[in-house]
Ligand binder design. Structure first.
Ligand code: PLP
Ligand code: COI
Length: 354
């Protein structure tokens, strides 16, 4: 069965897998919904998107993604409210950031309507896959990669834009303990750290494996110069609370400009919670942990939402953070998820109805 709606060809699956899924036990990003969107870039232009049953794709072994890593992605979530209405959170920011990432990797930018109309059509078709249990959502993974062929180390002439979705529970199970990195670097000045480029994640895996062996879940990256300043974690931006002040490092060409991060800053400002966007040295954080003024650390991101950090390791010493109720982390998590799931007013205009 094929239909064309809004210029998008839609081929529906003949056998939905939805009844095989245990929606009460969803691991993050490990089961995939029935359909995916695919859009090809050929002969210098993006062709109209198509929606088809979720399936493997075929690529030539010389496709440049395999050799030169031209690949960027986004992370978003869809939520369903109690009236079965479907919502996204600041989706245009994801589209803009995808293109910012693409530009840096010499990948052609994608038109807004292909992204937005494609996403809406895909969610309309797979809306039964959006979980409604607390803390669950439909994780959305839009990505673009070089499908064009050849060993010449130059940008490909063909690309694919794909959107897949995965009903997902929490990214972390429980509190997160982090290691402040002193040897490896995630990114460098003038590099691709600000882009959501696949290679940025590949480069983190080995140092993160070393940290996991020591009992930490994530690495907190520090500047590549002297490992002096806190940058961000592997899959989230970082906030620190010293006394009552919330502090996060400024974005730069080394750090991903997180949508959750900027939303937290805006909420804090609207509530007169003191918030400082400035360089934050490891020394300051360690001293605050030692003198008891370090109240909280938490990560912020689409997958991570707002994830409290229970402690950090630095220079071979483990520092625990205090445990108490009414944390900033729990406040921001509730404010953001209530807006995302249409449980509260949205004074910022962030919620987007599909
Ligand atoms: N930093 C990195 C490296 C990430 O992968 C993510 C996740 O997307 C974030 C920060 C948070 O960004 P956002 O809030 O836009 O999801
Ligand atoms: C997200 O939060 O959407 C991300 O892309 C992080 C990811 C590496 C799981």
């Amino acid at each position: 069965m094929s239909a064309i709606i809004n210029n998008i060809e839609i081929v529906k699956t003949e056998s939905s897998k939805i009844n095989e899924v245990d929606f009460d036990n969803l691991k993050f990003g490990s089961v995939f919904s029935d359909h995916m969107l695919v859009c090809d870039y050929k002969n210098g232009k993006w062709e109209a998107p198509k929606i088809m049953p979720y399936q493997p794709i075929t690529l030539d072994p010389s496709a440049k993604i395999f050799h030169y890593g031209q690949s960027v992605f986004e992370g978003m979530k869809a939520y369903k409210d109690i009236n079965d209405k479907v919502w996204l959170f600041r989706p245009l920011d994801n589209w803009k950031r995808l293109n910012i990432s693409s530009k840096r990797l010499a990948i052609p930018e994608l038109p807004e309507d292909y992204f937005m109309e494609g996403l809406k059509a895909l969610l309309e078709l797979d809306k039964d896959w959006i979980p409604t249990n607390d803390g669950s959502s439909l994780y959305i993974r839009p990505f673009v990669f070089a499908s064009g062929e050849g060993f010449h180390a130059s940008p490909a002439d063909e690309y694919k834009f794909i959107i897949c979705t995965a009903p997902s529970g929490s990214y972390f199970s429980g509190d997160v303990k982090v290691l402040i990195e002193q040897t490896y670097s995630r990114s460098a000045n003038g590099g691709v750290g600000f882009a959501k480029a696949g290679g940025n994640y590949a480069g983190q895996f080995y140092p993160t494996q070393l940290a996991v062996k020591k009992g930490y879940q994530q690495v907190i990256w520090t500047d590549d110069n002297n490992h002096e300043y806190i940058e961000e974690a592997g899959a989230m931006n970082i906030f620190v609370r010293i006394n009552d002040t919330l502090i996060t490092g400024p974005t730069s060409d080394r750090i991903l400009d997180g949508i959750t991060r900027k939303s937290i800053i805006e909420i804090a400002e609207s509530q007169n919670i003191p918030v400082e966007v400035r360089k934050l040295s490891v020394k300051e954080v360690v001293e605050a942990a030692e003198n008891g003024t370090l109240k909280e650390m938490f990560g912020a991101g689409t997958a991570a939402v707002v994830s409290p950090i229970s402690g950090f390791g630095y220079n071979g010493v483990d520092y625990d953070l205090p445990k108490f109720d009414d944390t900033y982390a729990s406040y921001f998590k509730k404010r953001i998820t209530d807006i995302q799931t249409n449980k509260s007013e949205d004074p910022f205009g962030w919620r987007f109805k599909v």
